[in-house]
Write a protein that binds this ligand. Sequence first.
Ligand SMILES: [Zn+2]
Length: 370
Amino acid sequence: MLPLMTVYECPECRIQSPVDALTWCCPKCRGPWDLAFAGAPVSLPSLASRVNSLWRYAEALPPVPHGPEVSLGEGRTPLVRLTDSVSAKLDFLMPTLSFKDRGAVMLAAHARRLRPRTVLADSSGNAGTAIAAYGARAGLDCVVYVPEGTSPKKLEQIRAHGARIVEVPGDREATARAAREAADEPGVFYASHVYNPYFLHGTKTYVYELWEELGGRLPDTIVVPVGNGTLLLGAALAVEELYGHGLVDTRPALVAVQAEAVSPLAEAFHAGAEDLTGPAAARPTLAEGIAIPAPPRARQILRAVRATGGTFLTVTEDQIRAAQRDLAGRGLFVESTGVACWAAVGATPPRPGLTVVPLCGAGVKTGLAP
Ligand SMILES: [Zn+2]
């Protein structure tokens, strides 16, 4: 049964839309939706007997009746100590080898109920792969728009799941524009990890898992890589929920990491701006998964980091390269985007208490950076 309360809502205009509609953005400002949804507090003692996936936090998740049947066992990734004060959460240990599965399962479960003609995604890699996999699991027709020149390994993985691929000439933004046009066609569900807020309610389980693993508390600092901010905004949601329900006493600092080569949010943050300050430089970077020159949720991301007393850090290509090798030397082979947080933590003075970094994608997806 769907509570009537769950609707899409524009965070800027406050316009609402039913979640059964295929309207994928605010009709007034064309910005991404949030979800007007109030979950219930999760009872820590009750978790021991629950399913071993992110669906164990059912009362915190928006209603998606097909969730459990679409599940591939995502979530519940291990927390591993790297130093006395830094632990890594191994989110690359997911069915499609990236953290995007947390959000993709929510989108696929929601789409299954809507029964659209086609599910459409656009991605430079991991999100498209996750949507293709969960779309297959849900029995949905999927098409994934990718930028021309996307690595053959990633295309192969998307195709293997039965999704069609549309290669779009030009950069990542050209792909996003083409996808948004196609998303306006009738019968299309735009399974966008950027625009659709169900995705963020999936990624928020990252923080619920930390809370459970640490026995009902959160780390002092949560460091996340930020391109479109899908993990950061999910983390911020979870922190607000846990704090709002009185399940934690304090809010951790959210520290966002960008590659120096493409760092529009870090620039805006340090300029004290509420939104992007202008067209950002977009130089090539090994952290291709977070190389987003104009993230649509920029205002929300900046607000979320400021609200927790966090900050933005940037990392150089050399630091990314060194961090990937350093982690591999510790037994963890992680893709070059996914090592950005470890690179950032290693390059800055330690913060008090426990810091957690996510290792977001498996190294086999991209190989070792040259
Ligand atoms: Zn709006």
